[in-house]
Design a protein around this ligand. Structure first.
Ligand SMILES: [Zn+2]
Length: 122
């Protein structure tokens, strides 16, 4: 029987401001969110029995995303910092740093989030 696929996830929080200039409602005004970012990698277990050391995963995500975006005006990061586009930028930053992502979830509020998954192979 083949081994099950194993996915590990680390979760992070950061505080940031943004405004959506196209938005017809109150999101047009500068406001803040307590964002949560869940980052998952998947793969075979190594000789130590781990997919990836949690410490390593945390360090990469903190360095590439959390330390850069925490307490920032996200309109300085992206022209149009929707949750969808922020999640995509985080995905690009983390894959660029060498992570083989299985999933990424960005929570804008406690009841609203965006999920990204790897593009389907052609
Ligand atoms: Zn908002």
């Amino acid at each position: 029987m083949p081994a099950p696929r194993t996915r590990v996830t680390c979760t992070f929080t950061f505080e940031a401001a943004h405004r959506l200039v196209w938005h017809p409602g109150k999101c047009r005004n500068l406001h803040g969110h307590s964002y949560r970012l869940d980052v998952s990698v998947e793969g075979p277990l190594d000789a130590n029995g781990v997919v990836m050391d949690f410490d390593t995963l945390q360090e990469v995500v903190r360095t590439e995303v959390i330390d850069v975006w925490d307490h920032r005006d996200l309109n300085e990061v992206l022209d149009n910092p929707t949750a969808e586009l922020l999640a995509r930028r985080a995905w690009e930053l983390l894959t660029g740093a060498g992570l083989d992502l299985a999933a990424l979830r960005l929570w804008e509020t406690t009841d609203s989030w965006v999920d990204l998954a790897p593009a389907a192979a052609d």
